[in-house]
Design a protein around this ligand. Structure first.
Ligand code: HSE
Length: 305
C-alpha cells in the first residue's frame, strides 16, 4: 500500500499533537498509511514535547508545499494571510491535498481556496478549524446534505466559555479570571482574538457557508466579545433563570443569512446552558431532522490533531 506523505507546516501545540498522534498506535482505519515527509516551523530549536529530529526540515513552508514528494500539506501555522495562505495556495495549485485547522484562513479566503482545490483536484479539508475534535464540519457537509438548516447556535470559543464559567463558579471578576487563565496557559498572552469574539466569528462564518451553501462572509458578521460581561450581569441572569454564554449564531432570514457573535442569555434548560469550561458545542436546527447537538473538546493538542 502506498503511504500518504504528509508535509507538516506549523509545530505549535496542535502540530506537536499531530506528530505524537502519527507516531502513536495506528488508528483503526488507515493505520500505517501515513508518514511525515517534512516539517516546517518558525523556530527549529524551540523546546517541544516531541522530537522533530527524524524529519526533513524546511525553513520555508512554501518550499515544503512545493515539494512533489508531499501528498498532503497539513497547515497549522495560523493567520488569514502570510505564509499560511501562500503555502496552502502553493500545495493546491499543484493538485496536492490540504488539511488545515486555520479558521481565519478559511473564513477569509475559503471561497478562493475551494476554487483552487476544484480546479486542480486536491482536496481541501478543515474539520479541525471549527470545534477542534467535534466533527461538525463533516456532519453539515455530508450527513445533513438532505436537510435544510434553519439555524446554528454555538459555543465555539473555549477560552470565552472557560472565563464565563469560572466567573460564575468563583465569583471573581473578569480581569482576575482572565489573568489566572493566562497564568495557567488557557488564554493567550494577547487574548483579543478570543475574548473579542473574532475567533468565534471565523468559526460561525465557516459553518454558515457550509450549512447554507453560501460564500463565507466574515465581513458581515456582527461581533461583540465577553470583555464587558460583569459579575453582576452573570448573577442577575442566573436569578432570572439564564446563563450568559458567548453565542455564535447563523440564521436563515428570508433569502439571506444573519451572522452574529455576542454574549447572550441562554435559558438554563437549553442544551448550551450546560456547556461548561473550555468545551465547545453547537446546536443545529434543521428540517426534517429537527434539533441536533454536537458537544466536545474544541481545542487542545490531541482533539485538534
Ligand atoms: N483559541 C481557541 C479557543 C482555540 O479558545 O477556542 C481553538 O480554536
Amino acid at each position: 500500500m502506498k503511504r500518504l506523505r504528509i508535509g507538516l507546516a506549523g509545530l505549535g501545540v496542535v502540530g506537536g499533537g499531530l506528530v505524537k498522534l502519527l507516531e502513536g498506535p495506528a488508528p483503526k482505519v488507515g493505520g500505517g498509511a501515513f508518514e511525515i515527509a517534512g516539517v516546517s516551523a518558525r523556530n527549529r530549536t524551540r523546546k517541544r514535547d516531541v522530537s522533530i529530529e527524524p524529519y526533513a526540515w524546511y525553513d520555508d513552508p512554501v518550499e515544503l508545499a512545493e515539494n512533489p514528494e508531499i501528498d498532503v500539506l497539513v497547515e497549522l501555522i495560523g493567520g488569514s494571510d502570510g505564509p499560511a495562505k501562500k503555502a496552502v495556495e502553493t500545495a493546491l495549485k499543484r493538485g496536492a491535498h490540504v488539511v488545515t485547522a486555520n479558521k481565519a484562513l478559511i473564513a477569509m479566503h475559503g471561497a478562493e481556496l475551494a476554487a483552487l482545490s476544484e480546479t486542480h483536484g486536491g482536496a481541501l479539508k478543515f474539520e479541525a478549524a471549527v470545534g477542534g475534535g467535534v466533527p461538525i464540519v463533516k456532519a453539515l457537509r455530508e450527513s445533513l446534505t438532505g436537510s435544510r438548516v434553519n439555524a446554528i447556535s454555538g459555543i465555539l470559543n473555549g477560552t470565552c466559555n472557560f472565563l464565563l464559567t469560572e466567573m460564575e463558579a468563583s465569583g471573581h471578576p473578569y480581569a482576575e479570571v482572565l489573568a489566572e487563565a493566562q497564568r495557567m496557559g488557557y488564554a493567550e498572552a494577547d487574548p483579543t482574538m478570543d475574548v473579542g469574539g473574532f475567533d468565534a466569528a471565523h468559526k460561525i462564518t465557516i459553518l454558515a457557508a457550509i450549512a447554507f451553501g453560501a460564500q463565507p462572509d466574515y465581513e458581515h458578521c456582527r461581533i461583540e466579545g465577553v470583555d464587558d460581561v460583569s459579575l453582576t450581569d452573570i448573577r442577575l441572569a442566573f436569578k432570572l433563570g439564564y446563563r450568559i454564554k458567548l453565542i455564535a449564531k447563523a440564521e436563515r432570514i428570508g433569502a439571506g443569512v444573519a451572522l452574529n457573535v455576542r454574549p447572550a442569555l441562554v435559558a438554563l434548560d437549553h442544551p448550551l446552558a450546560a456547556i461548561g469550561g473550555a468545551l465547545n458545542a453547537a446546536v443545529v436546527d434543521a428540517d426534517p431532522v429537527g434539533r441536533l447537538t454536537f458537544v466536545g473538546a474544541g481545542a487542545g493538542a490531541g482533539p485538534t490533531a
